[in-house]
Ligand binder design. Structure first.
Ligand code: BDP
Length: 734
């Protein structure tokens, strides 16, 4: 009997789970491409037929398929394919194929001349005297981008007759970096396994690959590096090239090129050369043959991403050569095929060098500082790279911290095309558990004024090559995995979205992007949009406050990077230890990067360096990044540094509580599944924010020997408790 009851209960749970919730289950799979039915008032003039002018191609087919899918959802009916425009037909036309009967063809042609290869134009027009919606572009990919942009406007609630768009990307390279391993584990991935099922490829193609392509094309992302920067030699073996070729074939119609991360020592490890010295002709010849082999399978292969002489990875320095020697050798193998090399600047000194450098730590300007090392290795190579090499620089000089000043290399390599590397996956901002919208962080770095050559020039302008015509690109370490909602949480989808939108146009505003994302992901209802946008816009600053306020950085747990561990002081390399970065003691806290410290400020342009050299002119948000100050240092707020630090930690936690309360009020406006998912995550974030605050304050209190300011809640547990926690199974850490 009990067995029967148990069975019945299980059957009931299953039955309930299978009840369709409206037309589509809101499990997040559809991302921002949900195409929910439009309200009646918005249906006027929305096309119900489509005409593709001229010869079609797989890309035009993809555009047409997306329009049909979109309008099927938005209007609930099939879009008819018509041979001739009728009233309200949507016309897809390349500039070269504009129908003669289009009333304002000359104006359209003139507009298209400004829009390059990837841009698009969307407007109402008249064809054979009837009103139509025209999506026009110079190339097929523009038609696809324009179709997505038009559908986005409908989803945002724009009336069809009011949609007029003209847009082109401001950067040619907009790339995702997957840190995905061949066994499907994902380094720093918090959204399940890799979406690339390497085992089953190339014979079995997961339909998810196409949805991946659609999502990226909807943002204009045009490249993807399929595998981890900590790459394996096997990636360049014939079986994996065939697998990559299968993925490339699926992504091609969506304008997405495939790239591979390569391990420097590949030919040596495959035992096909006797060395990996970039100046050895045998090695160069091997790479040339390998490039030729790849291009035979993937004619539009994008090129290589390389992590060399960094964190134990082999590289040209193993042979006494420099990064330019290494990058140029690869670049020459790819150049005949128009391939590129994205050579990462994420390097720091070898343990021996670091030890040697830290010996002279009492000499002025000689404190060893990991933040200065990429500049030291790369800046002297400015101008020494081949034309098809881009140097890929992380947004900040340490490592994707919740806040870093922009990397000094952005202001120091005017003769080299640079790629910005952002991390979309939240290795240091609470994994997929914490709600942290990264749009403001991306925008902050892109907007950082480098003052190169004494003039105002933002990082975005540098990357666009505005000072010297060296056009770079932008890369984002993906947060995509096999989890049903792709990113591990609903709000993490917004970080993928924001990256893509800012990659397309660095001038977009992160608040507008948040709103746009929320409107498509939830609904364009203002009662929902205002609070959701508000939650998103305050979220990253909240994380900064409860993890690393006032310019603190690198306080996280060892290895997995989960949770606080400011006490760690016993790792092999000095600069792996949190104590190296915060330097808290009885006399103060912070890293002196001014002239009397490591002098890292000197790596910025003189005006920027001057500003950061003095605590008085350093923004409070970066104070302890650049300065070591006594605990009683007086802040602009009137508080002492210690009081301010405590207040920031408290504020961070309070912000999460406020976000939680705001979310609770949204219950009537959000579907149950996603509402509950977000509510649970916010509750966990609140617990973890308190943990960060308590552990850090317990530690800094002990370091400073100061009492907590009056009225401040003491940490819930003694410091020893926090120190004793361990997380051997935290995700994302192989
Ligand atoms: C660090 C990650 C590590 C990466 C490395 C990199 O902890 O997993 O391999 O960056 O960017 O942030 O190469």
């Amino acid at each position: 009997m009990r067995g029967l009851l148990r069975w019945l209960r299980a059957a009931l749970v299953l039955a309930v789970a299978c009840i369709p919730m409206g037309a589509v289950a809101e499990d997040g799979y559809q991302l921002w491409l949900r195409y929910r039915p439009l309200p009646d008032a918005q249906r006027a003039h929305v096309p119900d037929s489509i005409l593709a002018v001229g010869v079609t191609s797989p890309t035009v087919e993809a555009a047409r398929a997306e329009l049909r899918r979109g309008l099927q959802g938005l209007l609930g009916r099939e879009l008819a394919l018509v041979p001739q425009a009728r009233a309200n037909t949507l016309v897809l036309a390349r500039g070269a194929d504009l129908p003669a009967a289009l009333d304002d063809a000359p104006a359209v042609r003139a507009a298209l001349r400004q829009l390059g290869n990837e841009g698009y134009l969307v407007r109402r027009a008249r064809l054979n005297g009837v009103p139509v919606t025209l999506v026009a572009a110079n190339a097929d990919i523009g038609l696809l981008y324009g179709s997505f942009a038009w559908l986005r406007q409908l989803q945002l609630g724009t009336p069809a007759e009011g949609i007029a768009l003209a847009s082109r990307p401001t950067l040619p390279l907009r790339v995702l970096n997957h840190w995905d391993n061949l066994d499907r584990s994902v380094e720093r991935g918090y959204a399940g396994e890799s979406i690339w099922n390497w085992w089953e490829l190339p014979g079995i193609l997961d339909p998810r690959y196409l949805d991946y392509a659609r999502a990226n094309a909807s943002l204009g992302i045009n490249g993807t590096v399929l595998n981890n920067v900590n790459a394996k030699a096997e990636v360049l073996g014939a079986p994996f090239i065939a697998k990559a070729a299968a993925v490339a074939g699926l992504l091609r119609p969506y304008g997405i090129k495939v790239y591979l991360s390569v391990r420097w020592s590949t030919p040596l490890e495959l035992k096909e050369t006797r060395s990996a010295d970039p100046l050895d002709p045998e090695v160069a010849a091997w790479w040339k043959r390998k490039a030729d082999e790849i291009y035979r399978s993937i004619p539009d292969f994008g090129g290589f991403l390389v992590k060399a002489n960094s964190e134990g990875q082999p590289g040209p320095q193993d042979y006494g050569r420099n990064h330019a020697d290494g990058a140029n050798m690869l670049a020459r193998a790819l150049a005949p095929h128009q391939g590129i090399v994205m050579w990462r600047a994420f390097v720091y000194a070898s343990p021996e060098e670091a030890r040697a450098a830290s010996k002279g730590k009492d000499a002025p300007g000689a404190i060893h500082d990991r933040a200065t090392e990429a500049y030291a290795q790369f800046q002297p190579l400015d101008g020494k790279f081949d034309k098809n090499v881009l140097v890929q620089v992380k947004n900040g000089a340490i490592d994707f911290q919740p806040r870093e000043p922009a990397h000094p290399l952005f202001g120091a390599m005017p003769r080299t095309p640079l790629m910005m590397e952002f991390q979309i996956t939240k290795e240091y901002l609470g994994f997929a558990t914490h709600l942290a919208y990264l749009g403001p962080m991306f925008q902050e770095t892109l907007g950082f004024d480098t003052r190169i050559g004494g003039r105002s020039l933002s990082v975005a302008q540098v990357v666009r090559g505005e000072q010297a015509g060296r056009v770079g690109g932008i890369a984002g370490v993906a947060n995509i995995g096999s989890s049903r909602n792709w990113s591990g949480s609903t709000f993490d989808q917004a970080n993928w979205y924001a990256f893509g939108r800012l990659a397309w146009d660095q001038g977009l505003d992160s608040r507008a992007i948040a709103r746009e994302w929320a409107a498509q992901t939830f609904s364009p209802d203002r009662r929902l949009l205002d609070p959701v946008t508000d939650i998103m816009m305050r979220s990253r600053e909240a994380v900064v406050d409860y993890m690393t306020p006032l310019g603190l950085h690198h306080l996280m747990g060892t290895g997995h990077h989960h949770g606080p561990a400011p006490w760690v002081d016993n790792l092999e390399r000095a600069d792996w230890n949190p104590v190296y970065y915060h330097r808290a003691g009885r006399d103060g806290i912070g890293f002196d990067r001014g002239p009397r410290g490591s002098n890292a400020v000197a790596q910025y342009a003189p005006e920027v360096a001057r500003r950061f050299a003095s605590p008085a002119t350093t923004p409070p948000s970066l104070l302890l990044w650049f300065h070591r100050l006594p605990w009683d240092h007086r802040m602009a707020s009137g508080r002492t540094l210690w009081e301010e630090l405590v207040a920031r930690y408290d504020h961070g936690v309070a912000e999460v509580a406020a976000m939680q309360a705001e979310w609770q009020r949204l219950r009537p406006l959000v579907d149950a599944e996603r509402f509950e998912e977000v509510a649970q995550r916010l509750a966990q974030q609140h617990r973890e924010a308190q943990w960060w605050r308590d552990a850090c304050l317990a530690y800094f209190q002990q370091a400073s020997g100061l009492p907590l300011p009056a009225g401040v809640r003491p940490p819930a547990q003694p410091l020893e408790h926090y120190r004793s926690l361990s997380f051997p199974y935290a995700p994302g850490h192989g």
